[in-house]
Write a protein that binds this ligand. Structure first.
Ligand code: HEM
Length: 386
């Protein structure tokens, strides 16, 4: 990869673990020391804030959860944690399966031929994000309605003491000025679709590439899927039993982390490790660099070895969880982590049930960064029906 990784590797060999680079007139501190990374991302003293975007980026990302701070962040985070975990996540699984089924229907015309999967995942994701948005909306609305009904029928005295409860109270506020609409709650999720769509498309594309380059893992994964489901549609309750598929996805994210920098700004003058950090300095943590460190991951750090994750993340990282940064670390760790892995597991499992795939001679390896790490020329594979 031309611009990003070579730059970090080259500079690190010259200047050590942490070094300053200039982005035009803006200084940026690249941090690859894991203890310092832990301190920045845990942010116990509140010294680091999210980078502020302006101009077109603001329109693109919105000003939702990833870019909010303080009380606003903690309120939105609670809703998001609720929306993307547990029962709400389970309720979205049928929409994920439906979307994979729709995509695989179109794959029929590629049987025995070359298919470019990056474009396929991207397009199906675009349709799907609409469907998932609806499923997410329905799931939150259902929860709100249940609580309203319980209050109406006298089964409960209040809407609940948690954040959803307080949103409901605000929704029923007698004062129009402070009342919020149900749509306000759901609209807060809008920035998620950008985060969700691009990153998951990249994860799926890189995992297909790694499975064509490691046919033994493609076969192991297929065996697991067939043992669990045969030719049946995956079942909501047993997605978590796709253990080998999960290991493959974790290893894919280690080698091809879609998010290439975790960025913070120093909110005030502060100390970090032995360094004095002036207010306003941008701090850049590069997950790919950390994931490729032989010191942290062993001499085989550069190799695709999903077996690292056989006994979970703590074992794989030798109890240094901040060595795995694909979903970030600390309080601002990705809220869609389970959502993304569930969706990717379902999609991969349904592909493996139907097809064997090998690399097309037209594939050109060129990871590139366009916001996320993506395959510049796509991922071309030959699709053989089973
Ligand atoms: C493979 C897929 C994904 C990857 C690799 C990924 C990666 C990340 C990373 C590295 C962060 C931390 C950024 C930081 O510390 O600055 C993050 C945060 C976030 N992600 Fe994801 N993400 C993925 C999928 C998703 C999905 C599916 C959703 C929503 C459904 C989502 C929503 C978010 C949100 C809202 C945040 C901000 C959390 C906060 O600031 O509290 N992501 N993601």
């Amino acid at each position: 990869m031309e611009s990003y990784e070579s730059r970090v590797y080259w500079k690190q060999s010259l200047y050590g673990r942490n070094f300053l680079i200039w982005h035009g007139s803006e200084p940026e501190l690249i941090v690859t020391d894991v203890d310092m990374i832990k301190e920045i991302l845990n942010n116990k003293e509140g010294a680091y804030v999210q980078r502020k975007f302006g101009g077109p980026s603001l329109d693109l990302f919105g000003s939702g959860l990833p870019f909010s701070e303080g009380q606003k962040w903690s309120k939105l985070r609670k809703v998001a944690d609720y929306a993307f975990h547990g029962q709400s996540l389970k309720e979205m699984i049928p929409a994920m399966i439906g979307s994979a089924e729709a995509m695989l229907k179109t794959w029929k015309s590629y049987e025995g031929k070359e298919i470019e999967v990056y474009e396929q995942f991207k397009t199906s994701g675009e349709i799907e994000s609409g469907k998932l948005r609806e499923a997410l909306r329905d799931s939150i609305m259902l929860m709100l309605k249940k609580r309203e009904d319980n209050v109406k029928t006298g089964q409960a005295e209040s809407y609940g003491g948690d954040f959803l409860g307080s949103l409901l109270k605000a929704h029923h506020d007698a004062d129009v000025k402070t009342r919020i609409s149900a749509d306000d709650i759901i609209d807060e999720c809008k920035t998620f679709y950008f985060a969700a769509h691009e990153t998951t498309t990249n994860l799926l594309s890189w995992s297909v590439l790694l499975l064509v380059s490691h046919p033994e893992w493609q076969e192991k994964a297929r065996q697991e899927v067939v043992e669990l489901y045969g030719q049946e549609t995956p079942k909501t309750e047993s997605i978590s039993r796709l253990h080998i598929v999960g290991m493959i996805l974790s290893e894919t994210l280690r080698l091809y982390s879609p998010v290439i920098y975790l960025v913070r700004t120093a909110a005030r003058n502060t100390r970090l490790g032995g360094l004095t950090i002036p207010a306003g300095l941008g701090l850049y943590v590069p997950p790919l660099f950390v994931h490729n460190s032989c010191e942290l991951w062993g001499d085989d750090a550069h190799l695709f070895k999903p077996e690292r994750f056989a006994e979970g993340m703590a074992k794989a990282t030798r109890d240094q969880l901040m060595s795995y940064l694909a979903f970030g670390f600390g309080p601002r760790k990705c809220v869609g982590n389970n959502f993304a892995t569930t969706e990717a597991k379902i999609t991969l499992a349904m592909i493996l049930q139907r097809y064997k795939f090998t690399l097309s001679p037209n594939y050109i390896h060129s990871p590139t960064v366009v916001l996320n790490l993506q395959p510049k020329h796509g991922v071309q594979v030959i699709l053989s029906p089973l």
